[in-house]
Design a protein around this ligand. Structure first.
Ligand code: TEU
Ligand code: CA
Length: 556
C-alpha cells in the first residue's frame, strides 16, 4: 500500500477553467480563480487535477483550438500565474496536469499560417490536397467524403494556397500531419516546454484522430469512408456518425505516437529525478484499442486510458448486471501491472446528475469511489451539479452553433459547461460580472457548495467521506472486487489483506431491498457499521446495522 505511486489509486479532478472561478470579474473563469479554490480541491480529497486547455487560443472550440502551445491565454492569466498555481498545488500535495491537444492547431497558429504561405519547413505540417474534379459537373470538390466531428465536410478550401486542408473537428482546427517527422519532434518539444515548468503530466486530446489514411500513391486520392450499414441510427449525411471511420479514426499508427510521448515523459523523470509524469489519453475507441493504449508489452503507453464505458453505456434503464459487467470487463481484461480507471463525466457529455437524476448522484459517486483503481471526477459532480439550460441565443459551443434553433440541443455541450455554484451570492459566487460567458445554469440560492458544506448531510459531504475512506483504507486501495448481482441491486466487497472489509450496496431499482450479508458473503459479523450512506438510503453514518437484514431504500 505505502509503495504505491501517487497516481495509482488516485483521485483525479477535471477542472473546466472557463467555468470554475472568475477572479477578475470578466465573466470568464481563470487561473487565479483556480488558485483561490485549490484548498477546496484538496479538501474534497483529490490527488491530481487536470485543466482543460489554458493556452493561447481564438476560442473557436474554447481552447481546443490552440494558436500557441507555449503561451497562456491572456483571459486565463499569465505563465507566471500558471507557475504560481503549480507551486500552490505542489505545496498542497496536488499534482497538476495540462491538456495536450496534438491532433490539430488553430488556423491562427503561426505554423498554419506559414503552411498556407507554403514556407518550406511548414509546407507539409498539415494535410493538404488539391481536391478532385467531379466527373459529371466538372467542378472541383473535396478530396474525399470525410465528415468532421462537428458535422459537414472535413475538408476546407483555402484560397491563398489553392488547396483543401483537413480538419477532423472545426474549420478553425486544421489537423497536423503526423507523417511529418518535424511535426512529431516539435510537438514533443511542447511537452518538454511544460515539463520544464514543473507540470506533472498531460491529458492527451483526441488520440484516435492523429492519423488518417494516406493518399493512394497510384491515384493520388484518398479513400472514401463507407456509409454505415443501417442509416436509421444516423440518417443525416452531414453527421459524423453517418460514416464508418475506417480511414480516419483509430488507425494503428496512433499507438506508436502515444508510446513515443511516454518515452519523452519517462526520460524527463529519469533525467531530473521527478515524480512519475502521468499520461491520460482521451480516446472513444474499441476496448482492444484502449488496452493497447496502456502499452504493447515492449513499449509503455498511457497510464490512464480513459475508461468511458460506464459514462457511455450506463443509464437509468441499466440492470445490476450491467453495472457489474463494466467493472469486470475492465478489471478482467487489462494487462498485468496497470491500473483500472473509471470516468463518469466530462465537458463533452451531460452531467452525471442530469443523466441519472440528482437523487442518484450519491449512488454513482459511491460506485466510482469504491472501485479498484483510479477515479476521475468532472468538476461539479462531487456535489450533484446538473446541466444548465442554455438558450439558442446564448449558445457558444461550435457543435451547437453548427446546428439550428430546433436541433442544437442534441449537439450542444454548453449545458455541461455552465458555471460552478460556489455560494448564494451573485452568479453563484462564480463571477461578479454582469454577464458570464455561459449563463449560471440552475437555481443556486439554496443549493451550492457553501450550503452543502453547511448542511448536516449533503452530496458533497458524502463525496468527501468516500474520498477520505479511499485514502485511509487499504481495503479500497488494495482489496479485490467480489460482487453479487441481484435483481435490482449490486453488492460488492472490498477486502484488505488484513481482513478489514467494506460492503457496498447499490440499490438501482425502485423498491427497497433487504440483504443478508451472511448469505451473500459467508458469515461476516453480527453488526456492521454504516460509513458512507447516500442521502436517500435511509441509513445514517455511524449507525450499527444487523449483517443479516440490512435494508437499502429505493431511489425513487
Ligand atoms: O474530444 C474528442 C472527441 O472524441 C469528441 O468526439 C467528443 O466526443 C465530442 O466532443 C462529442 O461531442 C476532444 C475534446 O474533449 C473536445 O472538447 C474537443 O472539442 C475535441 O477533442 C477537439 O479538440
Ligand atoms: Ca489527425
Amino acid at each position: 500500500h505505502s509503495e504505491r505511486d501517487w497516481w495509482e489509486n488516485g483521485n483525479f479532478y477535471q477542472i473546466y477553467p472557463r467555468s470554475f472561478k472568475d477572479s477578475n470579474g470578466d465573466g470568464i473563469g481563470d487561473l487565479n480563480g483556480i488558485l483561490e479554490k485549490l484548498d477546496y480541491v484538496k479538501d474534497i480529497g483529490m490527488d491530481g487535477v487536470w485543466l482543460s486547455p489554458i493556452f493561447q487560443s481564438p476560442m473557436a472550440d474554447f481552447g481546443y483550438d490552440i494558436s500557441d502551445y507555449t503561451k497562456v491565454q491572456p483571459e486565463y492569466g499569465t505563465t507566471e500565474d500558471l507557475e504560481s498555481l503549480i507551486e500552490k498545488a505542489h505545496s498542497l500535495g496536488l499534482h497538476l496536469i495540462l491538456d495536450f491537444v496534438p491532433n490539430h492547431t488553430s488556423d491562427e497558429h503561426e505554423w498554419f499560417q506559414r503552411s498556407v504561405a507554403n514556407d518550406s519547413y511548414y509546407r507539409d505540417f498539415y494535410i493538404w490536397h488539391d481536391g478532385v474534379i467531379n466527373a459529371t459537373t466538372g467542378e472541383r470538390q473535396p478530396p474525399s467524403n470525410w465528415i468532421s466531428q462537428f458535422r459537414y465536410s472535413a475538408w476546407e478550401w483555402n484560397e491563398q494556397r489553392q488547396q483543401y486542408y483537413l480538419h477532423q473537428f472545426g474549420i478553425k482546427q486544421p489537423d497536423l500531419n503526423y507523417r511529418n517527422p518535424n511535426v512529431v519532434e516539435d510537438m514533443k518539444n511542447v511537452l518538454r516546454f511544460w515539463l520544464a515548468r514543473g507540470i506533472d503530466g498531460f491529458r492527451i486530446d483526441a488520440v484516435p484522430f492523429l492519423f488518417e489514411a494516406d493518399v493512394d500513391p497510384t491515384t493520388g486520392t484518398y479513400p472514401d469512408e463507407p456509409v454505415i450499414a443501417d442509416t436509421s441510427s444516423c440518417p443525416d449525411p452531414d453527421d459524423w456518425c453517418h460514416l464508418n471511420h475506417i480511414y480516419t479514426n483509430s488507425l494503428p499508427e496512433i499507438f506508436d505516437i502515444v508510446y513515443q510521448w511516454r518515452e519523452v515523459v519517462d526520460q524527463w523523470k529519469l533525467e531530473y529525478d521527478t515524480d512519475t509524469k502521468v499520461l491520460l489519453t482521451e480516446a472513444y475507441t474499441s476496448f482492444e484499442n484502449l488496452m493497447r493504449m496502456y502499452g504493447d508489452g515492449v513499449h509503455n503507453g498511457s497510464n490512464i486510458p480513459f475508461n468511458f464505458e460506464m459514462m457511455a453505456d450506463l443509464n437509468n434503464q441499466s440492470t445490476a448486471s450491467d453495472y457489474d459487467y463494466y467493472v469486470r470487463h475492465w478489471l478482467d481484461n487489462m494487462p498485468e501491472g496497470v491500473y483500472a480507471n473509471w470516468v463518469l463525466g466530462n465537458h463533452d457529455n451531460p452531467r452525471l446528475a442530469s443523466r441519472f437524476g440528482a437523487q442518484r448522484a450519491d449512488l454513482m459517486n459511491i460506485f466510482l469511489q469504491t472501485l479498484p483503481g483510479i477515479a476521475v471526477t468532472y468538476n461539479g459532480e462531487e456535489y450533484g451539479l446538473e446541466d444548465g439550460y442554455v438558450s439558442w441565443e446564448d449558445s457558444v459551443d461550435p457543435q451547437a452553433c453548427n446546428a439550428d434553433p430546433d436541433t442544437y440541443q442534441k449537439y450542444s455541450r454548453d449545458p455541461e459547461r455552465t458555471p460552478f455554484l460556489w455560494d448564494n451570492t451573485k452568479n453563484a459566487g462564480f463571477s461578479t460580472a454582469n454577464r458570464t460567458w455561459l449563463p449560471v445554469g440552475q437555481s443556486y440560492e439554496s443549493n451550492n457548495v457553501q450550503a452543502q458544506e453547511a448542511a448536516e448531510n449533503s452530496h458533497l459531504k458524502i463525496f468527501k467521506k468516500l474520498t477520505g475512506l479511499r485514502k485511509s483504507e487499504p481495503a479500497f486501495s488494495d482489496g479485490d472486487y467480489e460482487s453479487v448481482v441481484g435483481d435490482n441491486w449490486l453488492s460488492y466487497r472490498r477486502q484488505a489483506a488484513t481482513g478489514d472489509a467494506y460492503y457496498i450496496i447499490l440499490n438501482i431499482g425502485n423498491q427497497n431491498v433487504t440483504l443478508n450479508f451472511n448469505e451473500l458473503y459467508g458469515y461476516v459479523s453480527g453488526k456492521l457499521e454504516v460509513v458512507a450512506s447516500s442521502l436517500q438510503s435511509g441509513l445514517e453514518n455511524g449507525q450499527q446495522v444487523d449483517s443479516d437484514s440490512l435494508e437499502a431504500k429505493a431511489y425513487n
